[in-house]
Design a protein around this ligand. Structure first.
Ligand SMILES: Nc1ncnc2c1ncn2[C@@H]1O[C@H](COP(=O)(O)OP(=O)(O)O)[C@@H](O)[C@H]1O
Ligand SMILES: [Mg+2]
Length: 244
């Protein structure tokens, strides 16, 4: 579904030049749940931004569902992000003076959806995240875990194929982080490709595969195919003896 070939990305010029990505090649299949790990500054967020069509590359090829993403014009990239990608960040990025319903409805604005359709889509997303009763609350009235759920609801309200998350549990305590991770597993089981940047080895260990970045390169990849099943058993999504 996602294929990158020798992706390079540099920021700044001359003395201030930073080579954030130095020849990244990788592929991710539809329905996979992948973690990206690496020290701070290793290029994780840059990679995620490129995957989400939010940032251009200097060179290399990025294919999504077999079609080149690099080289598309702004208008096409906007459409790509809108139709395919749900993005979740560490600090939730909710708009303080909009209530939760309005925050989750933001990606639907100016898309020509009827009021009724918006109501339906937002309610479905809130229900999926278990925060339906918070629709009229403001972000400051929610716990960290609930705010992150709202941010995830906003990311999935248009039913994207791919969910990109940049340290989604980084600002949460362990128990809350676990429940947020569960949500990503549920979304993955429902067919979405999930790519999570994380510092947390436990979060990564529950994914099918971890891609380690170091100094803008892929250092190594670790597959742990059975971990996902184990994680799903733990959250009661699979019963013992059942297979994926
Ligand atoms: N917009 C930017 N302008 C200049 N340098 C940047 C920018 N974004 C990232 N960088 C640099 O690129 C490198 C990789 O950054 P980033 O992808 O954010 O790493 P990570 O998410 O792994 O911490 C770092 O050295 C960072 O300082
Ligand atoms: Mg980062």
């Amino acid at each position: 579904m996602v294929e990158m070939r020798d992706i390079w990305k540099t920021f700044g010029k001359k003395e201030a030049k930073v080579e954030a990505l130095r020849g990244i090649s990788l592929s991710i299949s539809q329905g996979e749940m992948v973690a990206i790990m690496g020290k701070s500054g290793s290029g994780k967020s840059t990679l995620l931004n490129i995957l989400g069509g939010m940032m251009s590359v200097d060179s290399g090829e990025y294919l999504y569902k077999g079609r080149q993403v690099n080289g598309r014009c702004q208008k096409e990239l906007t459409k790509f992000r809108r139709d395919e990608i749900g993005f979740v960040v560490q600090y939730f990025a909710l708009v303080d003076d909009l209530n939760i319903f309005q925050n989750v409805a933001l990606p639907l604005k100016y898309q020509g959806y009827s009021k009724r359709k918006i109501q339906e889509m937002v309610t479905a997303a809130l229900r999926e995240l278990g925060i339906e009763e918070k629709a009229n609350a403001y972000p400051s009235e929610l716990s960290g875990g609930q705010q992150q759920r709202a941010a995830i609801a906003r990311a999935i309200v248009k039913q994207p194929s791919v969910i990109l998350a940049d340290e989604p549990t980084g600002a949460l305590d362990e128990a809350t982080g676990d429940s947020v991770q569960e949500i990503f597993h549920r979304l993955n089981v429902s067919g979405k490709t999930v790519i999570i940047v994380t510092h947390d080895a436990k979060v990564a260990g529950n994914c099918e595969r971890t891609i380690f970045l170091k100094d803008g390169r892929v250092e190594k990849m670790e597959a742990h195919p059975f971990q996902k099943e184990k994680a799903l058993l733990q959250i009661g999504f699979l019963k013992k003896g059942e297979e994926l």
